[in-house]
Design a protein around this ligand. Structure first.
Ligand code: TYC
Length: 101
């Protein structure tokens, strides 16, 4: 009976491996109207107006801005869709992806 009190137990904690994340990056250009960038960010990335505006302004002043972070496949799909949407409207707006450190 005292046995059970002194028994060593090994506990195995199973951790689910998290997939590596990738950033979607918005690049500045001289031609795309600011309002169009904000509209696209809201539509494709579901960010509220104030956040879309802040992201656009950071890209505008610094050259680029991280929009959001996703798994690689989703990040690439979103960057491609957003870039193509801009192209369809005649703008050279560019989105890219890069692995998160
Ligand atoms: N620089 C653009 C302009 O002055 C606006 C702009 C902002 C474009 C952010 C791209 O990622 C961008 N009309």
């Amino acid at each position: 009976m005292a046995d059970t009190d002194t028994k060593r137990r090994t506990e195995t904690v199973l951790k689910t491996a998290k997939p590596p994340l990738h950033k979607v990056i918005l690049f500045n250009d001289d031609y795309t109207p600011r309002e169009f960038v904000v509209r696209l960010l809201k539509a494709e990335f579901r960010v509220p107006e104030a956040q879309a505006n802040a992201i656009m302004l950071t890209a505008h002043t610094k050259g680029a801005c991280v929009v959001a972070v996703f798994t690689r496949e989703i990040a690439e799909e979103k960057a491609t869709r957003a870039t193509e949407f801009a192209q369809q409207h005649g703008y050279p707006l560019l989105f890219g992806t890069e692995p998160e450190d």
